[in-house]
Design a protein around this ligand. Structure first.
Ligand code: DX5
Ligand code: ZN
Length: 228
């Protein structure tokens, strides 16, 4: 397949739409990724679930590699797995551009973040809706992206949790006070309406599964989220 030029934002002020492959048609993944790219996706979000950290099993590094080999779009890999440190090397080798690990997982968070960057990827840190911001504060100078989950992770198609908006605002405030540079990403129940609330709170990266891949017109859906 011909290479496509990726659109990689340079600062956390740029708005990014990252459609989640979890909502795509798994019988034709390559075509689904192309459809998202042509519809204006900035990144592709890949939800890796191990059936232990979350109550669902999705796919592993082979899927990341398949998507990586089919085009040049920026791959936003979200590891919902208990031992990200154990599997990290395989996700780096598979062609991830950004790897996000959960602060709640069983690993040395600082060491995992260091290894992600050492492997040539951007480092993301995620926290669940119930996890306070204080849990990630020690690591905020070691990340390129903070993912504030807006649903309890595990499944697509869940309702957005508005109580996370205050955490997003606080994360942006800490970034500004300390002159840090991480993107703030939201994931779960994002559509044009909830994206508007998240942008207002200060998030700039919108992960959207159902509202993009399952929209009647994906390009329109992505445009509406970006311009929300
Ligand atoms: C949830 C995943 C999400 C999910 C979002 O555990 O991390 O990325 O695919 O799906 P929607 O946009 O349908 O809520
Ligand atoms: Zn995700």
């Amino acid at each position: 397949m011909a290479s496509l030029i990726p659109v990689i934002p340079k600062t956390f002020r740029d708005r990014v739409v990252s459609p989640s492959l979890l909502a795509a048609d798994f019988s034709c993944i390559g075509d689904e990724v192309s459809r998202a790219i042509h519809a204006g996706a900035d990144w592709i979000h890949l939800d890796v679930m191990d059936g232990h950290f979350v109550d669902n099993i999705s796919f592993g590094p082979a899927m990341v590699q398949t998507v990586h080999e089919s085009n040049d779009i920026f791959l936003d890999v979200h590891l919902m797995i208990s031992r990200p440190d154990h599997y990290l090397g395989r996700f780096i080798a598979a062609g991830s551009d950004l790897i996000t690990v959960h602060v709640e997982a069983e690993h040395d968070v600082a060491e995992t973040l260091r290894r992600i960057r050492e492997g040539g990827c951007e480092a993301g840190l995620a926290l669940n809706p119930a996890t306070p911001l204080s849990a990630v504060e020690p690591y905020l100078d070691q990340i390129d992206l903070l993912l504030c989950m807006t649903v309890v992770p595990g499944f697509g198609g869940q309702a957005f949790m508005p109580e996370v908006l205050e955490k997003i605002k606080a994360a942006v405030k800490i970034r500004e006070t300390n002159r840090l540079t991480y993107h703030v990403e939201v994931d779960g129940g994002i559509d044009a309406v909830t994206a508007a609330r998240c942008f207002t709170a200060g998030a700039n990266v919108m992960v959207a599964g159902s509202s993009t891949f399952r929209a009647p017109e994906m390009a329109t859906a992505i445009t509406h989220i970006r311009n929300a």
